[in-house]
Ligand binder design. Structure first.
Ligand code: ZN
Length: 466
């Protein structure tokens, strides 16, 4: 019986669906919206002059956008439908319907492997043809018993030029049958970490300017108006010359960890544990006590460059710190500059609802779980979460910010893990996995993790100048 069921589904394996053509050609406006959403400042995507001088010879679309252009848009969202296909006549839709009728109603993306044959350009009109590659045996997974469904999509321009391929794998599962169903997947905080529960600072005439600055997102350093001595925390008079005439300067924002400790107990309401307490040193020379967020205690070290972020704690705003965003390289690494095992600086991305919604819409993905919290919760999710294209977009940005702009990405391959929800930190780490001196091809392994575990694990394959 079960064998018959699977045999029926597998009749579609190897079947090619109808070719689907995008509704509109690629535009510079849509590319630039994607860059805004992902925060990618690579000029080859938006700046005619810089792009003309690059290996691409003109503006191109990021490699991660290969599979977004032929999406059917908002009108197709009434029900689940594979991207780009009219009302479910392709082989994957037929298989998904069969699985849903048998109770496998849950769905989650598992793998996405993009291979780029040539970069897309404004004006390209894409067509995509899908082949159902595999329907797995029934598997017991953490989410539930289910089947992995794998499709391969071939992308061409309407003129017939092959531009890339996508291997996409999803798991269709029976909700509530998972090995992880009983265990809570999220760590339980012992104390409520809501920041408005923190003890209130005592604000007086000598330090009020500091908290006014915090409200305006300014890190202010007390400065003696008489002798220019800088100090911290605020005091009524200058310890250097004794003057009562105290003003302030606004810090430049260049900050590094001076010392650190991890607090596990006792736990105080308003803080998340383990709690990283740091003394940071500002470039101006003063030090202050604060918290470091977005990075596990093991990764904190003296000298770690950090940047301020502002915590809304109810009636006060407070500074805390996270590892500094790596600086985007404006020239391009050469092959000789790169060796196997080299590590990329970590990048901590604070994930907000805006990042999630902007990413979903800029990748033309209108599925409700990426923009509507109520519907996401109704479908068993804690909140809205990143769509896979946004995560891959950030992965491409992370690596190309490190290499510099003038590279050619040839593949982006990821396995998806824990979802990325708002109000959490997603930390990207990377290392060079291989370097091919003959072809100039470099593979960078990337993992992005949050408090639930690895979110994406994958590789970016690209070509560097020789
Ligand atoms: Zn002084």
């Amino acid at each position: 019986m079960a064998d018959d069921f699977l045999a029926r589904l597998r009749e579609f394996v190897g079947v090619q669906g109808p070719t689907h053509t995008a509704r509109h050609p690629i535009t510079t406006t849509a590319i630039s919206d994607w860059c805004d959403a992902i925060g990618d400042k690579n000029p080859v995507y938006v700046d005619d002059e810089a792009a003309a001088k690059s290996r691409h010879g003109g503006i191109v679309a990021p490699a991660a956008t290969l599979d977004i252009w032929d999406r059917p848009g908002l009108p197709a969202q009434a029900r689940f439908r594979p991207k780009g296909e009219p009302a479910g006549e392709d082989p994957r839709s037929k298989v998904l319907r069969g699985l849903e009728d048998a109770g496998f109603v849950g769905v989650v993306a598992v793998n996405s492997e993009l291979e780029i044959t040539r970069y897309l350009r404004p004006g390209d009109l894409l067509a995509n043809t899908q082949v159902l590659e595999d329907v797995s045996d029934e598997k017991q997974t953490a989410l539930g018993v289910g089947h992995f469904v794998t499709t391969r999509q071939r992308y061409e321009t309407v003129e017939g030029e092959h531009v890339g391929d996508l291997l996409f794998r999803i798991l269709k599962f029976k909700p509530g049958t998972g090995t992880a169903a009983a265990a809570a997947s999220e760590p339980q905080a012992a104390a409520d970490p809501s920041p408005e529960l923190r003890p209130r600072p005592s604000i007086n005439r000598d330090n009020a300017f500091l908290f006014e600055g915090y409200r305006k997102n300014e890190l202010r350093i007390p400065r003696c108006a008489a002798c220019a001595h800088l100090f911290f925390p605020p005091q009524p008079r200058c310890a250097n010359c004794g003057s009562f005439d105290v003003g302030y300067v606004v810090a430049s924002g260049t900050v590094a960890v001076y010392s650190h400790v991890t607090v596990h107990y006792p736990q105080v309401r308003g803080f998340a544990y383990p709690l990283s307490v740091v003394i940071v040193e500002l470039a101006e020379g003063v030090r202050m006590v604060s918290n470091l967020v977005g990075v596990p205690a093991d990764d904190v070290h003296i000298g770690l460059p950090v940047e301020v972020e502002w915590l809304d704690a109810g009636d006060v705003t407070l500074p805390q710190f996270r590892p500094a965003t790596p600086v985007r390289r404006t020239d391009t690494l050469r092959l000789a500059d790169v060796e196997v095992g080299a590590t990329l600086p970590p990048w901590v991305l604070p994930v907000t609802p805006t990042h999630i919604v902007a990413g979903a819409l800029a990748t033309r993905d209108f599925q409700d779980v990426h923009h509507d919290r109520d519907l996401a919760v109704k479908k068993g999710s804690r909140d809205i979460f990143f769509n896979i294209n946004t995560s891959i977009g950030y992965m491409e940005r992370y690596v190309t910010d490190w290499t510099g702009p003038d590279v050619a990405v040839s593949a982006l391959r990821v396995r998806l893990g824990a979802p990325s929800y708002p109000n959490s930190y997603l930390t990207f780490r990377g290392s060079v996995q291989s370097v091919d001196a003959d072809t100039g091809r470099v593979v960078v392994a990337v993992q992005a993790t949050n408090e639930l575990g690895p979110h994406i694990t994958g590789t970016v394959e690209l070509e560097l100048p020789q």
